[in-house]
Design a protein. Structure first.
Length: 318
């Protein structure tokens, strides 16, 4: 612990413990207010502060109960979004997802992790957990061919910091240009072992991608325009960069052969599968994924939950 850590501890104790304002903390410590603000943030980043908001709507809801019954889920948590902006939605999904994940990781567990905006939000909201022997496994490659970042490294790092864990990474693109190169790379001992560890994970945390031009997977330089058109014609979404149709079946085999990471079939074998996904534009993909048994635990926002249940009822009535 260095001098900055000690200053941060003094600042957070006065701010959170005593209830002083930042200006009062600054006066007490003989520092400027901007410095105090930075020290408080440093204290949060170092795990000295744990703030919990207990919103009973996240657990005690008829929506959550209906989703559990409809899809045979072990647990559902609802993200209650005060405003409708996409950043608010992703942030709330990340907060609730981080809390549910922490409840389901035990000493010695291996935790498989994907990437994307939602997973990065989960990672940023994780609090330091007292766990031993946890390993974090990257479930798919994450190197981008464009300037758009996947934040795969940052996500894995934050997961490791939270659980005091060791990382097993795949420093590769998720989709290769050729099947031959991909197969050759997967023969490398480290890569082969990480993929095997992903298949053997105790817990997997992932999101669902949608089939839209602005979706992250469509903007990383992996796909040609012809491939994107083919995906749009057959798929409703993707999990672990594996595209699936309305029945939850893999539907773009030529891309699957070039994709590095666990398959949808591999995912189904993981005992605890936490899906964190929301947004009404993803409702079709989420409903198909749930109906196909890809998740055992779910974090979703209220509006999308209602839409998914409507779709399920309509399907049952038709």
């Amino acid at each position: 612990m260095d001098a900055r850590d000690e200053q941060a501890l003094d600042a957070v104790k006065l701010y959170y413990g005593t209830g002083l304002s930042q200006g009062e903390v600054a006066q007490r410590l003989g520092l400027s207010r901007p410095t105090v603000s930075k020290l408080i943030q440093h204290g949060k980043d170092r795990g000295y502060v744990s703030i919990q908001i207990h919103d009973p709507r996240e657990q005690e809801s008829s929506l959550a109960t209906e989703l559990c019954k409809a899809f045979g889920l072990s647990a559902v948590r609802l993200a209650v979004v005060p405003e409708s902006g996409p950043e608010d939605l992703v942030g709330e999904l990340g907060k609730v997802g981080a809390a549910l994940l922490a409840e389901n990781v035990r000493d010695g567990d291996s935790v498989g992790v994907t990437w994307g905006q939602t997973m990065y939000a989960v990672a940023r909201n994780l609090q330091r957990q007292e766990r031993r022997g946890v390993e974090i496994i990257q479930l798919k490659g994450g190197v981008s061919y464009t300037t758009r970042a996947t934040n795969d490294f940052e996500t894995i790092t934050l997961f490791c910091n939270a659980f005091g864990a060791f990382a097993r990474t795949l420093p590769l693109p998720v989709i290769f240009d050729s099947v031959e190169v991909k197969r050759l790379v997967e023969r490398e001992e480290h890569i082969r072992r990480v993929i095997e560890m992903g298949r053997e994970s105790d817990v997997a945390v992932f999101t669902v991608g949608t089939i839209r031009p602005d979706a992250m997977l469509f903007n990383l330089g992996y796909l040609s325009e012809t491939e994107e058109a083919g995906i749009a014609a057959h798929a409703v979404g993707d999990i672990c960069s594996r595209f699936f149709d309305d029945d939850g079946n893999p539907c773009v085999p030529q891309l699957d052969e070039r994709t590095v990471g666990i398959t949808l079939q591999d995912l189904r074998r993981v005992p605890t599968r936490l899906m964190v996904a929301g947004g009404e534009h993803k409702a079709t993909a989420i409903e198909a994924a749930l109906r196909s048994g890809y998740a055992t635990h779910l974090v979703i926002d209220q509006d999308t939950a209602r839409q998914v249940l409507r779709m399920t009822r309509q399907r049952a009535a038709s």
